[in-house]
Design a protein. Structure first.
Length: 146
């Protein structure tokens, strides 16, 4: 017996709040939003359209190359523009494989051409572990005759 969880289930458990910033705000402002909400990344939206993702990794890797202070750098200068997304029916294993192959930590979730949530590598790992623990319990009960 094996449990197959989907993105939809993660969003149901964690909620589907989507935190975003505009591409024309400063990196400093975006980092403040991320710190306030305890996020590793925020979506970058322009007029309701997803145009990028800005993450701690984007900041750490790119700001050193730019000699300006974070208050003077725009999110659009550092954000990741190549967006990989998933739909709510994707399984945790599919998400893990995608995140591993693309070396990314956050996946926007699209349904009907609209962003309905974001999942992180932490969400995926947590759910996979939970599913495996459930499977183990079921098998232990089966073996014990319960």
């Amino acid at each position: 017996m094996s449990v197959v969880s989907t993105v939809k289930e993660i969003l149901k458990e964690k909620g589907n709040a989507v935190w975003s910033v505009a591409p024309d705000i400063s990196v400093y402002e975006a980092l403040n939003v991320m710190a306030e909400k305890n996020l590793g990344a925020v979506l970058v939206m322009k007029e309701g359209t997803l145009v990028g993702i800005f993450s701690e990794r984007d900041y750490a890797r790119n700001v050193i190359q730019d000699d300006r202070p974070a208050r003077d750098i725009l999110v659009s200068d550092l954000m990741t523009r190549e967006i990989t997304s998933v739909d709510p029916q994707k399984t945790m294993e599919e998400c893990m494989a995608l995140m591993t192959s693309k070396r990314i930590r956050h996946l926007p979730v699209y349904e009907n051409n609209q962003v309905v949530g974001v999942i992180s590598i932490g969400d995926v790992v947590k759910k996979i572990i939970s599913d495996k623990q459930f499977t183990i319990k079921v098998l232990e009960n089966y073996i014990a005759g319960g």
